[in-house]
Design a protein around this ligand. Structure first.
Ligand code: SF4
Length: 326
């Protein structure tokens, strides 16, 4: 549905959540069906050369215990996830050039060789465009790189040395070379307005993304935003519902950040607001404790993911859940 900015702002200001969710859920049912897709995440390195103000992996945070998983370890973990019946594997890290282009290609090639019907999403940040082409050639199917905020001034304040323009160019390039692309943003950033959030949703539409991760801000005590308040869960749910109404068939995950604020109920509420994806975390415990983008991160396990899908009266998808735009 085409909504203009004012109409989206009105959706975000709506007080009757039941009504808004009913509308969003109707759109979800019409354009995405009742199936929920499970994507298994491996957070394989917490090194990052960037310095985002809200993130515990930022390079200025010296109170972090760093790790990099080995290539064989990542591939073996991915094989196990595929054997558990999960058809999408998300490989995520900070912007870590300790993993060379050839390393990431090798990981993708080996996982694909062992599990040809499994989709691979890369979420490894800003890299040279040649890297993206090589990743695509190696068999990666999707790329997730959130725009985080569509307000260019806020973007530059929160991401020293980076620009929204570049982020958008990357997303456009990834789409052009054949990736299914994922963006997304944070709800509850400092100085963020309803207009900004409406622009965030419109940007998803403009970029024609295939998936979008939208979650509330949660502070990390080791960052410049340590004392900034948590994002509002109700507002986050309204943004998710508005995003569903506007983008119709984009894959929308119930985010771990929402579960961190509201527990399992946050996942159920996310489904009722129009979400159709859940992303359990398979990172081994000894690494996961150090993947501290924000504090006290909730853990969505595969069992919990399956359980909440059924509790939400939805079906567990059995395919890899490619873009609904394909
Ligand atoms: S948000 Fe991503 S790019 Fe920014 S510091 Fe954290 S891991 Fe690095």
């Amino acid at each position: 549905m085409s909504c203009n900015k004012n109409e989206i702002v009105e959706l975000l200001q709506q007080e009757n959540l039941t009504e808004l969710f009913k509308r969003a859920n109707g759109v979800r049912k019409e354009f995405c069906g009742d199936e929920v897709h499970i994507r298994g995440i491996i957070e394989f390195s917490n090194y990052c050369c960037r310095n985002c103000f809200y993130c515990g992996l930022r390079s200025d945070n010296k109170n972090i215990h760093h790790y990099r998983m080995g290539i064989g370890e990542i591939v073996a973990l991915a094989d196990g996830i595929a054997q558990d019946g999960v058809k999408t594997i998300v490989l995520q890290s900070g912007d870590d050039f300790g993993f060379r282009r050839s390393d990431i290609c090798l990981i993708v090639e080996r996982i694909k060789k062992n599990n040809p019907d499994t989709a691979i999403t890369l979420s490894v940040g800003e890299r040279p465009f040649d890297d993206y082409m090589a990743f695509r050639d190696s068999g990666a199917d999707r790329y997730l790189i959130k725009h985080e905020t569509s307000n260019p001034h806020l973007y530059e304040k929160l991401h020293p040395g980076q620009s929204l323009k570049k982020r958008i160019e990357i997303l456009e390039f990834l789409k052009k070379i054949g990736f299914q692309i994922g963006s997304g943003f944070i709800v509850g950033l400092p100085e963020q307005t309803s207009n900004d959030l409406a622009d965030d949703i419109l940007l998803l539409k403009k970029l024609d993304v295939d998936m979008a991760g939208i979650g509330p801000f949660i502070p990390n005590g080791q960052t410049p935003l340590a004392s900034h308040p948590y994002g509002n869960p109700d507002l986050t749910l309204k943004v998710l519902a508005a995003a569903r109404i506007v983008t119709q068939n984009v894959h929308l995950p119930v985010t771990t950040a929402l579960a961190t604020l509201c527990g399992e109920n946050g996942l159920l509420l996310g489904f009722s607001a129009g979400c159709n994806v859940i992303m359990p975390d398979f990172t081994p415990d000894n690494y996961r404790k150090d993947y501290t983008i924000y504090d006290d991160k909730f853990r969505i396990t595969l069992d919990l993911a399956r359980d909440v899908i059924l509790k939400a009266n939805r079906k567990i998808a059995t395919d890899c859940g490619d873009s609904l735009k394909c």
